[in-house]
Each structure stands twice: as C-alpha cells, then as structure tokens.
Design a protein around this ligand. Structure first.
Ligand code: PEP
Ligand code: MN
Length: 255
C-alpha cells in the first residue's frame, strides 16, 4: 500500500459518519485536496455507553455511497469479530482501534478474512501498550495469513493531561528499527485538540512516519463525536498545504 521512503499516505474524514449530508460534505473536503482515502466510523467504540455509538449498518451504506460517488477509498473500524464480514463488504481498509489492539480473536479473524479479500488492516497502538506488545499484536494478523498491515501510533496514556493522549514520536524510529511494517500517525486522537494537529503532523513527517490520519468535519461545532480535535475546512486546507510543501522537499508522493 505504501512504498516506504517514497510515498506518504494521508487518510482524512470525520470521526463518525453522522448523516449522508455530513459524510458527503467531508468527502468533498478530502476530494478538494486530491486525497484518496476517506475515514469514517460506522461502529464507534465509545468510552461511555451514553455517547453516540455510530450509525452502524446505515453508516456503512453511506460509506459505500461515498466510495461510489466520490471515488474515495474507505477506511472504517471493525469493533467485533461478528461484524467483520459486513464491515469488510464496505471497506477498502479495516481499522482496528486502540481499544481492540489486544482483542486476539478479532486479530486472528482479520488476518484470515483479509488474506482472502486482500484488505489492508490499520492496527492502532493500544493506548497502554508497549511497542513490543503492539508488534506482537501485529504478529497475530501476520501469523493468520495477512501481511497487509499498517501500524498507527495514536498516542498513549501518560500523566500529562494538557493533551488527550501523548503521541509517542520516538515509536516511529523505533518501529523502523524493529519492523518492516509501515507506520502512520493519528495526530487527531493523539492530541485531542485541532490547533495541535498541524505542529504534530509536521513532527510526524520529520521523524519518518509513512502517513497521517486526520479527523475533519464540515462543521466541528456540530460534530456528534470528537469535534474538538476535528479540523474545519480552512484548517484542513492549511494543514494539507503545509504537509504537501514538506513532502515535496522530501520528494515523497502523497497517496
Ligand atoms: C477512531 O479512529 O475513530 C478511533 C476511535 O480511534 P482510536 O481507536 O485510536 O481511539
Ligand atoms: Mn474520533
């Protein structure tokens, strides 16, 4: 999926699919920047059972519409082994979230399923997982038969609460030393604040990340999930412009 040192993947989209209108408006933001990968959660693993849980099947249908009409590749999360078949019918890339990094039955099933359907898997780092535990979680997918894995550093839990999580930037060069898997950084969940996304995106490029995941929203104040950390249309444009400028200097192609 990514030719390391030559290509750089940017995945952008809302935290959750909230409606057809919201998803298509977010997809228009992604298309305007000529990006190809659209993220959006249909099944949301929320900390509180009282928070918006995602649109479920209806969210997947909307994602398929985005895929067809906007010609974008779809990245969406699977939260449960039983949902894998239905989610993978609508996704180009399956995401395993931080809360499921050590869900070994899900990892094994994703390894088997994706081996057949040739889907990529984004494996996010558990927010309390060491790098070794994370790489061993990736081994579960590899061992089950799928080598198409992208690691995603999304911040770990520390004593610091000025940011939602703490992005472990050193994990990127450490992973480069220990593994041949590509690694991207989710600077939205990693910071929790839209104004910190651009500086941490620049830092991620500087330490050698192979890509970024960004949460965006046509109107973050109205977001049902993670509005605080979502880029609005103008800050998204500015972020992409800056990242593109740096990547041009590094002679990396954006995918
Ligand atoms: C997400 O990407 O929407 C998400 C829930 O991420 P994480 O698993 O990193 O919290
Ligand atoms: Mn989110």
């Amino acid at each position: 999926m990514i030719k390391q040192n030559k290509q750089f993947l940017i995945i952008a989209g809302p935290c959750a699919v909230e409606s057809r209108e919201q998803a298509r408006a977010a997809a228009a933001m992604v298309k305007e920047e000529k990006l190809k990968y659209f993220r959006g959660g249909a099944y949301k693993p929320r900390t509180s059972p009282y928070s918006f849980q995602g649109l479920g099947k209806k969210g997947l249908t909307i994602l398929s519409e985005v895929k067809k009409k906007d010609k974008l590749k779809i990245v969406t999360e699977v939260t449960d082994p039983e949902l894998l078949n239905v989610v993978s019918d609508h996704a180009d890339v399956i995401q395993i979230g931080t809360r499921n990094m050590a869900n070994f039955s899900l990892l094994k099933k994703v390894g088997r399923k994706t081996a057949k359907t040739k889907q990529f898997v984004i494996l996010k780092r558990g927010f309390s997982a060491t790098i070794e535990e994370w790489l061993l979680a990736a081994e579960y997918i590899l061992k089950a038969g799928n080598k198409r894995i992208l690691l995603c550093e999304r911040g770990i839990r520390t004593f610091e609460n000025a940011t939602r999580f703490t992005i472990d930037l050193s994990a990127i060069p450490v992973i480069k030393k220990l593994s041949s898997l590509p690694i991207i950084v989710d600077v939205s969940h990693g910071t929790g604040h839209a104004d910190l996304v651009l500086p941490m995106a620049k830092a991620s490029v500087a330490v050698g990340a192979d890509g970024l995941m960004l949460e965006i929203h046509p109107n973050p104040h109205k977001a049902l999930c993670d509005g605080q950390q979502s880029l609005d249309p103008s800050s998204f444009k500015k972020t992409i412009k800056t990242v593109k400028r740096i990547l041009r200097l590094e002679k990396k192609e954006i995918i």
